[in-house]
Design a binder for this molecule. Structure first.
Ligand SMILES: *Cc1c(COP(=O)(O)O)cnc(C)c1O
Length: 387
């Protein structure tokens, strides 16, 4: 007992590091946002208007798409994008098993069937050969998910999609600003959905999302479906939904969009710092990037054995972590009715047991990362020696 006490007393005091710090972002934009919010409140300018139009134009220009339709959240954005390309009841939508469940939910909501495929072991992004093998006569869309801030192989999927007349719907929720040689995430496929949930690289002060596309017809469909299926008020052409972007959120998004390049740059340096601090650490597999792809590190995901033990040890050391995702979507209770069995998507399933997201955000400091890296080394070593 004395030994424990004395070692605790002599242990270096490491700073606690949260998994995510969003208030640092709010502090940067507060002076810009609050006067506009005050004006919006006093003039009751809540729906549509200059802030929403302004954000849509600025976001479209930023990612290099012709059209942007601001919507209520990322899940609605996906549903509207699926419907715009013609996905309907009974149609199949191919997507990776390693994604947030919303990619699948949005398909289920319109009566379509998510078809889950495996990912590549290097980046955990949708596997092109697995997609090719999953195509049937009912396939209506393929969804490359730009997970963790890395662009999925849209260019390689393109010939496959063209050959079968299938649409490519990007899920760009984790990749605002990420780029591939062909362009930015959200401007690589036929249409894209993104989320501005507060924790994303570009986050609102609540829920928000967008659909982007170069196709004027698809943009018009999304706009119509988003507004109760009408272009002219009270003339309803299709059964739509209410999925508007609030003016208050558009104001926050405009302020943050002006800082997104700088914040993504800070994430890139933080990723480089983790690489430097953790390179060569036994038992820690670092994330891989492809050359010519500018990743935006929404999450910094390493892979370790005995992951749950490592998570607990990091928690005791004051280090916040996340797991993206502990249960692959095809094995969730929500999708049990589709009848997938363990072992069907081996890469996704092996990754789910090992992935560990380390603290990552633009305002993360090097001192914090040193503490994280030290704690990871200690935790991984301890977990390894216990097995
Ligand atoms: C966050 C997220 C979504 C859903 O966005 P919401 O705004 O929360 O509805 C969809 N797909 C992925 C990959 C996400 O990370």
């Amino acid at each position: 007992m004395t030994a424990v006490d004395s070692s605790a007393a002599t242990a270096p005091s490491l700073p606690a590091v949260p998994f995510l710090d969003l208030s640092a972002q709010s502090i940067e934009i507060a002076d810009e946002v609050l006067p506009v919010w005050r004006e919006q409140l006093l003039t009751a300018a809540f729906v549509g208007g200059v802030e929403v139009d302004g954000f849509e134009n600025e976001y479209a220009a930023y990612i290099g798409a012709t059209h942007c339709v601001g919507v209520s959240n990322g899940t609605d954005a996906l549903e509207l994008a699926y419907r715009a390309v013609g996905v309907g009841p009974g149609d199949e939508v191919i997507m990776p098993g390693n994604t947030f469940i919303a990619t699948a939910e949005a398909a289920s909501r319109i009566g379509a069937v998510p078809v889950f495929v495996d990912v590549d072991d290097d980046q955990l992004l949708i596997d092109v050969d697995a997609v090719a093998a999953a195509i049937t006569t009912r396939t209506r869309a393929i969804v490359p998910v730009h997970l963790y801030g890395q662009t999925a192989p849209v260019e390689q999927l393109r010939p496959l999609a063209a050959k079968h007349g299938i649409a490519i719907v990007e899920d760009a929720a984790q990749a605002q600003g990420a780029s591939a040689p062909a362009g930015r995430a959200g401007a690589l496929g036929d249409i894209a959905a993104t989320s501005f949930y507060p924790g994303k690289n570009l986050g609102a002060a609540g829920d928000a999302g967008a659909v982007t596309t170069d196709d004027p017809g698809l943009a018009a469909s999304v706009r119509m479906l988003q507004a109760h299926g009408s272009v002219v008020k009270y003339e309803h052409e299709r059964v739509g939904v209410n999925a508007r972007l609030d003016a208050l959120q558009a104001t926050v998004l405009r302020a943050k969009l002006r800082r997104l390049e700088a914040w993504n740059g800070a994430r890139r340096s933080a990723a480089a710092t983790y690489r430097e601090l953790l390179a060569g650490t036994d038992g820690v597999r670092l994330p891989a990037s492809r050359p010519d792809h500018d990743d935006v590190w929404h999450l910094y995901v390493v892979r370790v054995e005995q992951r749950d033990q490592v998570v607990r040890a990091l928690g005791r050391a004051g280090i916040g972590t996340g797991i993206h995702y502990p249960t692959p979507v095809h094995l969730t209770a929500a999708y049990a009715h589709l009848g997938y069995r363990r072992g069907q998507l081996p890469v996704v399933e092996a990754a789910a047991a090992r992935v560990l997201s380390l603290p990552m955000y633009p305002h993360l400091e090097r001192g914090h990362q040193v503490a994280v890296a030290d704690a990871v080394r200690t935790a991984v070593h301890a977990a390894g020696s216990r097995t």
